[in-house]
Design a protein around this ligand. Structure first.
Ligand SMILES: Nc1ncnc2c1ncn2[C@@H]1O[C@H](COP(=O)(O)OP(=O)(O)OP(=O)(O)O)[C@@H](O)[C@H]1O
Ligand SMILES: [Mg+2]
Length: 808
């Protein structure tokens, strides 16, 4: 079973695989290490990754990119609306308030959710891994996500992974993956104290700043801060607006009215930005941008920095928050590591240098460290790999509370929360973690998981995450219910179990009281949940307070003990805005259908290519090596058919089904194969004839060699070998002569297989005679046990190897 790590960037994705000797980033079909996060829908099929990015300018309205910005979000979210304004494709609100992307696919307008689009992207990345690893067993993965992802965004990633038939073992915060890539190879980590490292990741759409504390063999994420909407694309936007305004004045064109022109200008601005990272000034030239006008522009780096000063200034805020949340001052920072290609703008490094009062380092491979960290984590979580001992303790960036109905005085109690709406997992809580709550209820009840603070969440994110229905159950009195709540490896709050704890007092003879498991421990072997609140002790055999000495009828001393019986209660989860199971299944079926359509299209293209190349190849060969192997009429007929096919391919046959191309190829091959076979047969015949001659020489030489090895063989038998060799040679010469007298364009009278058979027959015949064992000498009396003599006498003649014609 292979394990992979996936970095899903807003612009580019990276796939890393864990191999026994380390982590490798795999190359996609175009031999690139990065694959664009793009899906394009065409008239006949969809395109993924690099192929999709290539068609972006040709087919902008049906090319979907930046899906990371949309996934798990609401259509009416102002940030989403802001992004949608920049995207060339159309989107609308889904019935559940989510987003539907409209594309023109197979000649019809179709809608897809961002989760479906991500499912397609993940499928493509999985295929890249499958091809590289030459295995179909790719399913276990760790996918990187921004720390700021909400519960719904995390769930949408899991749904997309299910669509791609991937099994994420974890959704890993991108910054934790970066920190793992940094820490695991660092050999000088101190043993007794921590060093604090700041990681700044500036990507295409966001900026994430985290602080991690490292010790030997251990990494602890102290804080995650971010600006969800500050990345490389915002700097492109600055340049885009600058030039769009300029061209409006100078060329009287408004690029915002044409999605193609907008896209081209945006792409040119991104290129220009990259040039400015290495040069003090850069030109911008676009031919025929709009209304058949070529445009020219120019900008200096200083000017660009001035125009983007508001963005540069914004880099500092998450840096400060990351320090504050980690409770650290700048002096306590050991190093500032910068990753993400968005950070290649020199002014950003200047700002970071100024803020942290030190030169930021670029120790890590900026574009690959997330995928590598995820693959490492996946290998750690997978039983098939052994990874150096390194503990990764991530933290959760939001506070999650639990709400339940009923006043606090109703005797709800728990080891953690005793008040409705109390914060269960505070911001910075380790991932994963489990908390146990105790409730007293006499029937089915519900619990709501809510964000305790929505300040850092996208606008309009509802505070309700999910509702858990515990039950159904009915009791005559208030029963003790223990609820185990888990913040899992995906950063999702779930209820792991809910159990009704029946407590009864039983009398146990003192002598039998030494079995702790039955009384104070629950089925899991855990100390009784909430034991510190209900006073039942903390897992020891008998709690002094709960036992009362008594005397039974037989006058033996007994103690009263509490016995606990645990009954699991069903838990139903209603996710606020989540994808219902039936919808997910529909999405899975849809993806299967789309992938099937792609496969048919790929096969059709392959078949069409096969027809095309057959036409060209056969025509050349007919003029050259196959010329003499075809009769005049065959040559004429095939040439005519080849020409007709070529014309057909460029006219009505340009867009045909796989079956039509297959039939066309078969029609051509009917004549072509005949000619090809004659040519191939002649070469094979020559080769086999050569081998037969070698075989003849070999056995004839052995037979005539007078080698002592053959002294014991009757001369009559040796003669037979020589005779057989001569007979075979005569046959070969004669039939070859007859064959050579025939025109090459006729069917052969001597086939290579017949010569092959002759080799076998001759080899078997001669080998049998020449391998005749030496007769055993008659043993002299007393010699029967002489091992030396025995060994000699039973020495078989070993001529097998030498006589194998293949080895001669
Ligand atoms: N030499 C460069 N100078 C300036 N910016 C660059 C340079 N090279 C790449 N970029 C920018 O980096 C951004 C892409 O960075 P990266 O690949 O880290 O993003 P991503 O991982 O795809 O997205 P995200 O992390 O936001 O999800 C793009 O905006 C790109 O223009
Ligand atoms: Mg990134």
């Amino acid at each position: 079973m292979s394990v992979i790590g996936l970095d899903i960037g807003n612009e580019n994705c990276v796939v890393a695989v864990a191999k026994q000797r380390g982590i490798d980033v795999v190359l996609n079909e175009e031999s690139k290490r990065e694959t664009p996060t793009v899906v394009s829908f065409g008239e006949k099929q969809r395109f993924l990754g690099t192929a999709a990015a290539a068609s972006a300018t040709m087919n902008p309205k049906s090319t979907v990119s930046q899906v990371k910005r949309l996934i798990g979000r609401r259509f009416d979210d102002p940030e989403v609306q802001n992004d949608l304004r920049l995207f060339p494709f159309r989107a609308s609100s889904a019935p559940d308030g989510g987003i539907l992307i409209h594309v023109d696919y197979l000649g019809e307008i179709k809608t897809f959710t961002p989760t479906q689009i991500l499912g397609m992207i993940l499928s493509n990345l999985k295929q890249i891994a499958v091809k590289n690893l030459e295995t179909t067993a790719v399913s276990d993965c760790v996918i990187g996500i921004p720390a700021y992802f909400t519960d719904l965004q995390r769930r949408a990633y899991l749904d997309a992974a299910a669509i791609a038939k991937l099994k994420p073992l974890r959704l890993m915060h991108e910054s934790a993956a970066i920190a793992l890539s940094y820490g695991i190879y660092k050999t000088d980590l101190p043993e007794n104290r921590s060093i604090n490292v700041v990681f700044v990741d500036i990507g295409h759409c966001d900026t994430q700043v985290s602080v991690a504390a490292f010790k030997k063999g251990q990494l602890l994420m102290l804080s995650h801060a971010f600006d969800r909407s500050l990345g490389g694309r915002d700097f492109d936007d600055v340049l885009y607006n600058y030039f769009a305004k300029k061209f409006k004045q100078e060329y009287k064109i408004d690029v915002s009215t044409s999605s193609r022109a907008s896209l081209r200008l945006r792409a040119a601005c991104e290129k220009l930005k990259k040039v400015l990272s290495a040069n003090a000034e850069a030109p911008l030239n676009i031919e025929c941008l709009m209304e058949e006008k070529d445009v020219r522009g120019f900008i200096k780096r200083d000017e660009f920095e001035k125009l983007s000063s508001h963005l540069l200034e914004r880099v500092k805020a998450p840096c400060q928050r990351a320090l504050d949340d980690a409770n650290l001052s700048i002096d306590e920072i050991y190093s500032v590591e910068v990753v993400g290609s968005g950070s290649r703008i020199p002014a950003i490094l200047k700002i970071l240098g100024g803020f942290f009062r030190r030169e930021p380092s670029r120790t890590l491979n900026a574009s690959e460290c997330i995928a590598r960290g995820c693959a490492l984590q996946c290998a750690m979580l997978s039983p098939t790999f052994r990874v150096r001992e390194f503990q990764v303790q991530d933290s959760f960036p939001f506070s999650v509370a639990l709400c339940w109905k009923g006043p606090a005085s109703e005797a709800d109690e728990g080891s953690v929360a005793t008040q409705p709406n109390s914060v269960l997992f505070r911001k910075g809580n380790p991932i994963p973690s489990t908390k146990m709550l105790t409730f007293f209820r006499n029937g089915t009840f519900t619990l709501d998981a809510v964000y305790a603070d929505t300040k850092d969440l996208p606008p309009r994110t509802p505070s309700l995450i999910s509702t858990f229905i515990i039950g159904p159950f009915q009791a005559s009195k208030l029963e003790k219910i223990k609820v185990k709540i888990r913040l899992n490896l995906y950063g999702i709050v779930t209820i792991e179990s809910a159990s009704l704890i029946d407590e009864e007092e039983v009398e146990v003879p003192v002598t039998e009281s030494s079995n702790p498991g039955e009384t104070e421990k629950n089925k899991d072997g855990e100390p009784s949940a909430g034991s510190n609140v209900d006073g039942a002790g903390n897992g020891h055999a008998v709690s002094p307070g709960s036992t009362t000495p008594a005397v039974n009828s037989a006058q033996r001393e007994v103690v009263k003990k509490k016995r606990y019986r645990r009954t699991d209660l069903p838990v139903n989860e209603l996710i606020n805005g989540g994808l219902p199971q039936a919808e997910l299944q529909k999405a899975l079926d849809k993806e299967f259908e789309l992938a099937h359509q792609d496969k048919i299209m790929e096969e059709t293209k392959d078949k069409k290519n096969a027809v095309e190349s057959y036409v060209y190849e056969m025509r050349n060969k007919l003029l050259d090596i196959y010329h003499r192997y075809a009769t005049d009429s065959e040559r004429e007929e095939l040439s005519r058919k080849l020409q007709q096919t070529e014309d057909w391919l460029y006219e009505e046959g340009d867009d045909e089904s796989k079956g039509v191309y297959t039939a066309k190829l078969e029609e051509l091959k009917k004549i072509g194969d005949l000619i090809e076979q004659r040519y191939k047969e002649e070469r094979a015949r020559a080769q086999e004839a050569n081998e037969l001659m070698q075989c003849i020489h070999h056995y004839r030489n052995l037979a005539q060699s007078k080698d002592p090895k053959f002294e014991h063989i009757e001369p009559r038998e040796i003669e037979k070998v020589i005779f057989e060799c001569t007979k075979t040679e005569d046959w070969l010469k004669e039939t070859m002569q007859q064959q050579d007298a025939m025109p090459k364009s006729s069917s052969p009278i001597l086939r290579s297989v017949e010569i092959g058979k002759k080799i076998d027959v001759l080899d078997r015949y001669c080998k049998q005679i020449l391998s005749t064992p030496k007769p055993k000498p008659i043993p002299k009396s007393g010699d029967a046990n002489d091992p030396k003599q025995n060994a000699q006498s039973s020495d078989p003649m070993d001529i097998d190897d030498a006589q194998d014609p293949q080895n001669m």
